[in-house]
Design a protein around this ligand. Structure first.
Ligand SMILES: NC(=O)c1ccc[n+]([C@@H]2O[C@H](COP(=O)([O-])OP(=O)(O)OC[C@H]3O[C@@H](n4cnc5c(N)ncnc54)[C@H](OP(=O)(O)O)[C@@H]3O)[C@@H](O)[C@H]2O)c1
Length: 298
């Protein structure tokens, strides 16, 4: 691997960034991880040969310093916090100043100029900022992640009560695992040329409704899991009672309306075509993480 080809990965302690690092290291890439705190997770990255840059995506100078000597970079901003447009402008300017050759930008399938979700709308504007910047960028627009099954407002209901409860109505999607996305992100960062300027909607192995997803989770666990449709208002109240941030609640309630209207549906073979491996199924994902779905495990 060319020593000038250092790759910067944000969200390194998160789902997609973490898996992207695994795949980059497996390919022998030189990786710099952008992390917020110098904790045990940062040390674990160093122990694996990753260079660690401390900073915050909304602090321009820390982003600029982390970008020095970088060839390609992965940008991911957390959905729980507002501020993606600020972070995008800082990231694009830092990339431009330091001569970065390629950026992979994590957006989402519901990103639209007039999206009702503030976060989805801002993802769309963030894509435009990268485009104006002239930095060669590939935008990823995944449907809902498989990791929804593990989130704090979902996993305990599955594990303790055997129910999958969200306001999905009769909508459908092909859940996509962060691990499959990490493999794709690494592949694009390592050979960006043919992906530059592309907007990739991303889908998992199989498009399903929530009765089918619940049945697939149940099959993997060997017990019955039922889908319990929830109203959007009930969902908002439940998330609010759990103390989740208002920005996130506004986003997820708006995107569940999108979901019911088919915005998250779709299926393709992009993950397999680019990475050579198919995306995992719901059954494979749950089997791999079986212990976390056991009653009393969370
Ligand atoms: N979940 C879905 O269904 C879905 C679907 C489509 C698109 N997306 C998009 O995926 C993205 C989230 O990706 P993910 O699930 O891989 O992320 P994630 O697991 O939520 O991790 C977020 C990462 O960002 C880091 N972080 C948080 N605030 C930061 C800051 N101010 N400066 C620097 N780093 C910061 C976190 O660090 P700490 O560990 O220190 O907190 C963590 O490493 C969002 O943009 C979302 O819109 C998600």
């Amino acid at each position: 691997m060319n020593s000038d080809h250092r790759i910067l990965v944000t969200g390194a302690t998160g789902a997609t960034g973490g898996y992207a690092i695994d795949h980059l290291l497996a390919k022998g890439a030189q990786v710099r991880a952008f992390v917020r705190s110098d904790d045990a997770r940062a040390q674990a990255l160093r122990d694996r040969g990753v260079e660690v840059a401390l900073g915050d995506l909304v602090d321009f100078h820390s982003v600029r310093s982390a970008m020095q000597g970088v060839h390609a970079a992965y940008f991911v901003y957390p959905i729980m916090q507002p501020g993606i447009l600020n972070a995008t402008a800082f990231f694009a300017e830092a990339a431009r100043e330091s001569g970065v050759q390629a950026v992979v930008n994590m957006s989402q399938i519901s990103a639209r100029r007039d999206a009702a979700s503030h976060a989805a709308r801002d993802h769309w504007f963030s894509e435009q900022v990268f485009n104006w910047s002239g930095i060669p960028t590939t935008h990823l627009r995944p449907t809902f992640f498989m990791e929804w099954l593990l989130y704090g407002f979902q996993l305990p209901l599955i594990a303790q009560h055997g129910i999958l409860q969200v306001p999905a109505g009769e909508g459908r999607h092909a859940p996509i695992a962060a691990e499959d996305q990490g493999r794709l992100i690494a592949a694009i960062l390592l050979e960006p040329a043919r992906h530059v300027g592309k907007v990739y909607p991303l889908f998992g192995a199989k498009e399903m409704n929530h009765q089918q997803i619940a049945a697939a989770v149940g099959e993997a666990l060997g017990r019955e899991i039922r889908y319990v449709p929830e109203s959007i208002e009930g969902f908002e109240q439940r998330l609010s009672a759990l103390g989740l941030p208002e920005h996130f609640i506004q986003h997820v309630s708006a995107v569940y309306r999108d979901y019911q209207n088919g915005i998250f549906a779709g299926h393709d073979s992009l993950i397999q075509d680019i990475t050579g491996l198919p995306p995992m199924t719901v059954q494979q994902f749950v089997q791999e993480k079986r212990d976390r779905f056991m009653p009393g495990s969370n």
